[in-house]
Design a protein around this ligand. Structure first.
Ligand code: 9MR
Ligand code: 9MR
Length: 601
């Protein structure tokens, strides 16, 4: 009975083309075991494809048949038949795969892929604007991370919750004491987003997050101006994306000590809070030690924000000016304090209480200097910053951005604003363009031959803590190249990584909560664990495979590309974080924006 019912429900959901019924997908109870097996073994972007776009699926199992078929979702008609590629091997697990290419099948509708002897894939759609809702949800995920404010049902749906963490009384930690602000005195630093599954706020990680979101605005202003989100500010006359960004900008501004321009590294409890709702997490909050990395990331973000919000001076009088002013004073502090690094264990020897939350300790701030200088130079034109902008050396590779490595963010911004400086700096322009091309071409190398035919996974080092963000940031790098060189191969390669994130990978998960058939249900995320909902907060990107397995949870595999477990304990593979969601926002927005532009041509 139960089995039949479950199958019936499943089947109906498929017909509806509904997404997010992962709990069912995980259970083995279906009437048709063969069909069930294929859901797991045919790896496909679980949302679907554009009619004119590339379409690829991966068969992660041995097959006797060389053909695959596209069926209409109700199983009756075969609409397309193609041949599977020869076998590929994952260098990590040794498992073999075969690739199904069906880009020339363009008919809009809902389908599944069928392989004889294996069964059917999850259903997927072919239609315009296929990632529009994902793009919105990934920004609304930030809304759902807002602190110091109630999330009413109107915007948060079943994830509505009470306000937590007012952060109006935040204690100056001994490591952060100054003449005007002695140890134990207090400041207010409300608002901002929770960093991740924990309840703290970290300037360094906010840095790349904000830089990425502001860049999404700068690269796609037309799309972003029309982009409407279900957030409380939706009716004001600021683009919704910039409303969301502003919520964290206000917090960041409060993290600067106005007396000297230095910026506190983080706002945190001494230890991680329990797995409780925000309003129940009421331990003392501290601001901790001013650092060079935090101060420079702050300077970069504020300088970029100054030029973005300058277009909205009527709505936000004075904001752009104040951003520029705090960016400048932060830069001055960093010049005077060029090497104040965050070493948490060392700090804990000197000060109490000991702080044991996320460190975001970066031992090398040369890239932060370059990023801050670039953003300040672009926004002010002041030549004092120019000497700090170092293009990559001949034998260096442009590094993929991460919270600890922001050098390429400088180059992305400089190339975006090249019209303001290229006349005077032809050499720099030439070298930056060629470096970007080298980076993108390096990512592209052999990717068609990979086990999943994605850019992601081409290098073992792709699989680190937060590997989903590696995939998304590779996508951004390729999109920078597409913008610069107008070669479609870069756009398609970026799309292959969106396919990776949405299910074409060695785990079979779509890593975005609520978006796909098999999605993480047990993310390491306090509100998702503590509330009454079965489904986690939606629109959040799970960290993804991480062979480090630092959480020591029970993983199904040790292979790099399979080191993922959908379990609450797994903060090393299944947490969510703002610096992972931001490149997902960029990737989804960019791909939708290019797609909609193409349709207008
Ligand atoms: O919940 C914490 C998570 O946000 C961090 O990413 C992770 C690593 O710093 O730590 C988690 O907290 C765990 C702590 O480190 C060890 N004890 C169990 C905590 C909750 O799982
Ligand atoms: O994303 C961070 C990762 O690069 C580090 O290896 C890891 C351990 O230091 O910390 C990650 O960041 C966590 C932060 O320290 C606390 N909030 C949750 C973050 C995501 O797990």
């Amino acid at each position: 009975m139960l089995m039949q019912n479950t199958y019936y429900k499943y089947y109906n959901l498929l017909l509806l083309g509904a997404i997010s019924f992962s709990a069912l997908a995980c259970s083995n109870a279906t009437a048709d075991d063969e069909a069930e097996k294929a859901y797991e073994l045919i790896r496909i972007n679980q949302l679907g494809f554009y009619p004119e776009g590339p379409k690829v699926a991966v068969i992660a199992a041995a097959t006797d048949d060389n053909a695959f078929h596209v069926l209409s979702v109700d199983d009756t008609d075969t609409l397309y038949t193609g041949n599977l590629s020869g076998e590929r091997t994952s260098p990590y697990s040794g498992k073999t795969t075969r690739i199904a290419h069906f880009s020339d099948f363009k008919q809009p509708g809902s389908y599944k892929l069928h392989v004889a002897g294996l069964g059917n894939s999850y259903s997927f759609s072919i239609r315009e604007k296929i990632y529009e809702k994902l793009a919105q949800a990934s920004v609304e995920g930030f809304y759902l991370q807002r602190m110091s404010v109630e999330l009413p049902e109107k915007y948060a749906g079943q994830w509505a919750r009470a306000a937590g963490h007012p952060d109006t009384v935040v204690v100056i930690h001994a490591s952060a004491a100054s003449e005007d602000r002695p140890e134990g005195s207090t400041i207010a630093a409300p608002k901002g987003w929770y960093d991740a599954g924990d309840y703290n706020k970290y300037i360094v990680n906010s840095g790349i997050t904000m830089g990425t979101l502001l860049s999404a605005y700068e690269d796609f202003p037309a799309f972003a101006n029309d982009f409407s989100l279900n957030i409380p500010e939706q009716d004001n006359d600021l683009p919704d994306l910039l409303d969301e960004v502003l919520y964290n900008l206000r917090w960041m501004q409060a993290m600067q000590d106005p007396a000297d321009g230095g910026v506190y590294h983080k706002l945190t409890t001494a230890d991680f809070e329990g797995m409780v709702m925000p309003e129940e997490a009421t331990n003392t909050r501290y601001v901790v030690k001013k650092t060079t990395a935090a101060t420079l990331d702050f300077a970069a973000v504020m300088a970029q924000a100054a030029r973005v919000y300058a277009n909205f001076d009527a709505q936000l009088p004075g904001l752009a000016d104040s951003c520029l002013q705090v960016a400048t004073s932060a830069w001055k502090w960093a010049e005077k304090n060029p090497a104040v690094l965050y070493d948490q264990p060392a700090m804990n020897e000197d000060f109490s209480p000991a702080i044991t939350t996320g460190a975001y300790g970066d031992g090398d701030v040369s890239d932060e200097f370059i990023w801050a200088a670039a953003e300040l130079w672009i926004s002010t034109g002041d030549e004092q910053y120019r000497e700090h902008i170092k293009p990559m050396g001949e034998d260096e590779q442009m590094p993929l951005p991460s919270w600890a490595q922001v050098r390429s963010l400088a180059y992305y911004s400089l190339l975006r604003h090249q019209q303001t400086w290229k006349e005077n700096e032809p050499e720099m322009l030439k070298s930056m363009k060629s470096q970007l091309k080298t980076m993108a071409d390096g990512l592209m190398e052999n990717h068609q031959e990979n086990a999943y035919a994605t850019i992601m996974g081409g290098r073992e080092k792709d699989f680190v803590w937060g590997s989903s963000a590696v995939a998304a940031n590779q996508g951004i790098a390729l999109l920078q190249a597409y913008k610069m060189f107008d070669d479609k191969k870069y756009l398609e390669a970026a799309l292959s990584n969106l396919d990776y994130l949405l299910g074409r990978n060695a785990t079979g998960y779509s890593f975005v909560t609520g978006y796909g058939h098999k999605t993480p249900m047990f993310i390491h995320h306090r509100p998702s664990e503590a509330d009454d909902n079965e489904e986690p907060v939606p629109g959040l990107l799970s960290g993804g495979p991480n062979p480090g397995q630092q959480d020591e949870c029970d993983y199904p595999s040790d292979a790099a590309d399979e080191s993922f477990v959908d379990a609450e304990c797994s903060y090393a593979s299944n947490e969510i974080a703002i610096n992972w969601n931001a490149p997902l926002v960029y990737l989804a927005m960019a791909i939708e924006s290019y797609h909609q532009q193409d349709n207008k041509k």
